[in-house]
Design a protein around this ligand. Structure first.
Ligand code: F0G
Length: 368
């Protein structure tokens, strides 16, 4: 194989900095800390497309296949590379779980210490395990995510910690590459983009990516951005801080999003919407996607799919799909892998009762 072909193939697996360097705050002197993130599948769903009807096409951007199982890795590669370039002493973040898992992994890769500040007892076990396995210093606080972020901001102001939450613009820069990938694959921007809203960094990042590519002439239009919050953790929807946010989707249990203004601007400028979905709708959507499409996502991610169903079916939807133009293209981002929160499922699975190791018994047990 010619050496340049081999190199370009290697680049594909090398992560978002190699792929989109010219769009990122990266110079020749920035060391690249990458785990080969990005390039996640954009899965066309016949069943979701049929559900929307009118010849529309629905794609699922499956970010759960990133190295640590969530979209955070796209931003983390840039944030940690820049922190290493600045020779920061250590990384620090507040998290509902995924940011801490990602920060811990990229810190390990960079050889930097990392502290993660988490709401005690509120983190899905798989995410906690990831941070622990990668050697992060884990501090649980008696408070929620919003309290943790407040403390992290205070700490990063007075010491040599590099904060790697999405308040760090390097995180947003990395995450906007998801919008680039969608346009690179579809040949243009979609008409609608649905995604879950927590701290609102991802909505901010996608909108930045869509706008930047349009300004570069890589796309002709911008999608309407539709953000989904959990019903009892919905500050942007209700336009007020929620002091005690509650939802089964722990990743988006946030009452005072850091990127609130930016996400609201994205929604307004794109003629999009913010809507809420109930815990039951989230659970149903998680099961639907796993059982109809084989894509197993965590609960927060399923909010995007629950939101799509609401846009199709409900009269109270903040955005109705009943009159959208024929042939519209819709992308739903699913943000994290279902295996991260196995506890939620193990409870529902019940005990497996073994049968005799005989063909007849096994066939009877299969029951098909
Ligand atoms: N989906 C998942 C799986 C998440 O982990 C998060 C945020 C979101 C959606 C919402 O994204 O905050 O950019 O609006 N998780 C953060 C964390 C808060 O600490 O892992 P957002």
């Amino acid at each position: 194989m010619p050496i340049d072909v081999a190199r370009s193939r290697l680049k594909q697996g090398r992560g978002v900095i190699e792929r989109y360097r010219e769009y990122l705050p990266i110079s020749d002197s920035t060391p690249t800390v990458s785990l080969g993130e990005g390039n996640s599948p954009l899965v066309y769903s016949v069943k979701l497309s049929t559900r929307v009807g009118r010849g529309c096409e629905v794609f699922v951007k499956n970010e759960g296949v990133n190295p640590t199982g969530s979209f955070k890795d796209r931003g983390m590669t840039v944030a940690v590379s820049k922190a290493l370039e600045r020779t920061a002493h250590a990384l620090i973040c507040a998290s509902t779980g995924n940011t801490s898992a990602s920060a811990a992994a990229y810190a390990a890769r960079a050889g930097m210490p990392c502290a993660v500040i988490l709401p005690a007892g509120k983190i899905a076990s798989g995410k906690l395990l990831q941070a622990f396995a990668c050697g992060a210093k884990i501090v649980a606080i008696e408070g929620n995510f919003d309290d943790a972020l407040r403390i992290v901001r205070e700490l990063s102001g007075q010491s040599d910690f590099a904060i790697v939450n999405s308040v760090n613009p390097d995180r947003i820069a990395g995450q906007k590459t998801a919008a680039f990938e969608i346009i690179d694959l579809l040949g243009d921007a979609p008409d609608f983009h649905l995604l879950p809203l927590g701290n609102a960094g991802n909505m901010t990042a996608y909108w930045a990516g869509y706008r930047e590519y349009q300004a570069q002439g890589k796309s002709t239009k911008l999608p309407a951005m539709i953000g989904l919050e959990a019903a009892d953790a919905a500050p942007i929807f209700h336009r007020r801080i929620i002091k005690k946010p509650e939802t089964i989707a722990s990743a988006i249990r946030i009452g005072n999003p850091a990127s609130w203004k930016q996400a609201q601007a994205a929604i307004d400028e794109s003629n999009g919407a913010v809507d809420v979905v109930s815990d039951k709708e989230i659970i149903d959507a998680q099961l639907w996607l796993a059982q109809r499409e084989g894509i197993f996502v965590e609960l927060a991610s399923a909010a995007a799919i629950a939101g799509l169903f609401k846009c199709c079916d409900s009269r109270d939807a903040a955005y109705s799909f009943q009159k959208i133009p024929e042939g519209s293209r819709i992308v739903c981002t699913v943000t994290g892998h279902g295996l991260k929160d196995s506890d939620a499922f193990t409870k529902r699975m019940g005990d497996l009762k073994p049968v005799h190791a005989r063909k007849e018994d096994v066939l009877r047990a299969i029951g098909l």
